[in-house]
Design a protein. Structure first.
Length: 227
């Protein structure tokens, strides 16, 4: 079971207004909000478009909170350097988006960021086992990527547990598990108990605009569930 003190919360900014995020982020409390999740969508790997490195660079200049970058883009090797230049905490590539995931994760590490690998719900979790040595984090998607507001897929829970068991059994205890999609106060405890170390929160973090309070309540919900 994951210790609640090590379960980080990463609010996903696409759940809010991107046009006002530059001002909102100044009020985010780094003592409460552990990371900021950046969903980079290209309209190819997923149907929607979000933003690019220029927007991200401007946002980074307004907060000290580390950035958690998820590249939902086709052939990420074509633009990876532009995101690595920004020095985020972690950069995650989709397993399904490239033929060279191990190489890209190596490049991410060489640039000084943590290397992340995301896995879609339809991809067997065992598919990533052979390239775990190149990963610092595995992002288990609990919804199909690219569509905001989907409900949590309960089938993600046994996938998280299976991945956690593999990491422990094979001695990859340093590799973190992140989970993204439909997570709220009602299910966050089960997700952390299954083995998640980092939780991406969308609407649960940004509802009513009270991000600091909402994230604190999510952490309280984990504490209550695991007590």
């Amino acid at each position: 079971m994951t210790d609640e003190k090590k379960a980080l919360i990463s609010p996903s900014i696409i759940a809010s207004s991107l046009s006002t995020m530059g001002e909102m982020v100044k009020d985010f409390d780094p003592a409460v909000i552990d990371l900021l999740h950046m969903d980079i969508m290209d309209g190819l790997f997923v149907p929607n478009l979000t933003f690019g490195p220029g927007y991200m660079a401007d946002l980074m200049s307004r907060t000290s909170i580390p950035f958690d970058v998820h590249l939902m883009i086709e052939t990420p090797e074509r633009s990876l350097d532009r995101y690595l230049e920004l020095k985020p905490w972690v950069v995650t590539v989709q397993y399904e988006s490239t033929r060279f995931p191990a190489r890209l994760m190596g490049l991410i590490r060489e640039a000084g960021a943590l290397s992340g690998l995301a896995v879609n719900p339809a991809t067997p979790i065992e598919s990533v086992y052979d390239i775990i040595p190149y990963a610092d984090m595995v992002l288990v998607m609990s919804v199909d990527p690219g569509f905001y507001g989907q409900p949590f897929m309960p089938a993600a829970l046994p996938r998280i547990e299976k991945l956690k068991d593999f990491l422990v059994r094979e001695g990859y205890n340093r590799v973190k598990i992140q989970v993204d999609g439909g997570i709220n106060r009602e299910n966050i405890g089960r997700v952390v108990k299954a083995g998640a170390d980092i939780i991406v929160a969308g609407n649960a973090a940004f509802k009513d605009g009270s991000v600091n309070r909402n994230v604190a309540e999510l952490k309280a919900a984990i504490r209550e569930f695991l007590s």
